[in-house]
Design a protein around this ligand. Structure first.
Ligand SMILES: Cc1ncc(COP(=O)(O)O)c(C=O)c1O
Length: 371
């Protein structure tokens, strides 16, 4: 949809894209300065495959400070984006026919990576009525002897759903009877949460799972550094070593300049995040209020990330499917992504990582297109 929107704009059409998955804010100045300083200092050579000692220490600080996960640097690794960490973890551990449980709607890359690694996707559908959160009963029904991974993402893309500590502990109860199951906790959106209280994550809620949880995080979303390509992961040493072995024979070390920038991101001031969160929260409230006022559309309130997954089931009789609905919205000048692209159905995702004026105009166009 982003490409279609760009093509239409090139033809002179006025299209607002609410389809992107990155913050619209500029990368913080101190991070950019650290990248420039690294270049000037000649940090332009190979680094250790799993990241510099400096960045591993900074990532360990991030895991402890922001997620409550205490991990020595031997249990931390750095890759070219959170995506690569997930790719290597699954590739290193899935045997043909192994199952990975993924609650849907899901982040688009999870099922593709599982299949690439020879695994089988076990979809656990969730819906707007349940806040797009899987229940422990659903997990219990899905898990079996062939299950190798559970992929959890909180706050979630595309739903913004956030699991509570109690919900995560209930998942732990289920998984205790299945010791072969590893858990990917993708917490990359954790700094972008809009409710009070600390972030809940499985590694903290179930410390007895230390040998089987990989927590993935990074700087892409929290520090508007998507182009730098740095992701970090914390997990058991055996898995971290396996991921680094794969990395050593694929891409090698992540970019040295980007690593220096990520050190500044983790170690430098974090106060800008408070302002970003407030802006995102206010935008979220605008989106939820405007969407829920349109007959036929409904969204639960997303507690984190910068996405809203909108249920449009009552309109499917008219449009046929959610792709047709998205094309209709595109004709009215707004690009959004169909829920079916995320393994969902009958709806669409709005990214509110767009400035307030654009967002208001896009919401006005959506209301006009639906009237
Ligand atoms: C849920 C989720 N996990 C991981 C990533 C990967 O982020 P990165 O750009 O650091 O590879 C994304 C990016 O869209 C995401 O939405």
């Amino acid at each position: 949809m982003t490409d279609r929107a760009t093509a239409l704009r090139a033809e002179g059409r006025d299209v607002i894209s609410l389809s992107v998955g990155e913050p619209d804010f500029a990368t913080p100045a101190h991070v950019v300065a650290a990248a420039k300083a690294a270049l000037d200092a000649g940090d332009t050579k190979y680094t250790p495959v799993g990241g510099t000692a400096r960045l591993k220490a900074a990532a360990a600080l991030h895991f402890a400070r922001d997620l409550g996960i205490e991990a020595p640097t031997t249990q931390v690794t750095v890759s070219a984006g959170g995506k690569q960490a997930i790719f290597h973890a699954l590739l290193a551990t899935l045997d043909p026919g192994d199952e990975a449980i993924i609650p849907s709607p899901w982040w688009v890359s999870y099922p593709e990576i599982v299949r690439f690694a020879g695994g089988v996707v076990r979809d656990v559908p969730t819906d707007a009525a349940s806040g797009f959160r899987m229940s422990a009963d659903q997990l219990a029904a899905a898990v079996g002897p062939r299950t190798r991974w559970l992929l959890l993402n909180s706050p979630g893309n595309p739903t913004g759903a956030v699991y509570s500590a109690a919900e995560l502990r209930a998942f732990g109860e289920v998984l205790r009877a299945h010791p072969q199951v590893l858990v990917l906790s993708d917490d990359i959106y954790a700094p972008l949460r809009y409710m009070p209280g600390a972030h809940a994550t499985l590694a903290v809620e179930c410390p007895d799972f230390a040998e089987r949880i990989l927590t993935v995080s990074g700087v892409s979303k929290s520090h508007a550094m998507t182009g730098f390509r740095i992701g970090v992961a914390a997990g058991p040493e055996w898995l971290i070593r396996a991921m680094e072995r794969l990395q050593s024979h694929s891409s090698g070390n992540p970019c040295s300049i980007s690593q220096a920038a990520a050190v500044a991101a983790f170690e430098g001031p974090q106060d800008f995040l408070g302002e970003w969160r407030e802006r995102f929260r206010a935008r979220r409230d605008r989106v939820v209020a405007a969407i829920n006022a349109i007959p036929g559309l409904w969204t639960p309130v997303p507690d984190g990330a910068f996405y809203c997954l909108i249920d449009a089931a009552p309109l499917m009789d008219r449009f046929g499917d959610d792709e047709a609905l998205c094309l209709h919205l595109l004709k009215h000048g707004v690009a959004v992504v169909a829920a079916s692209a995320f393994g969902g159905r009958d709806g669409f995702r709005i990214s509110f990582a767009a400035d307030e004026a654009k967002l208001d105009e896009a919401l006005r166009r959506i209301a006009a297109a639906m009237s």
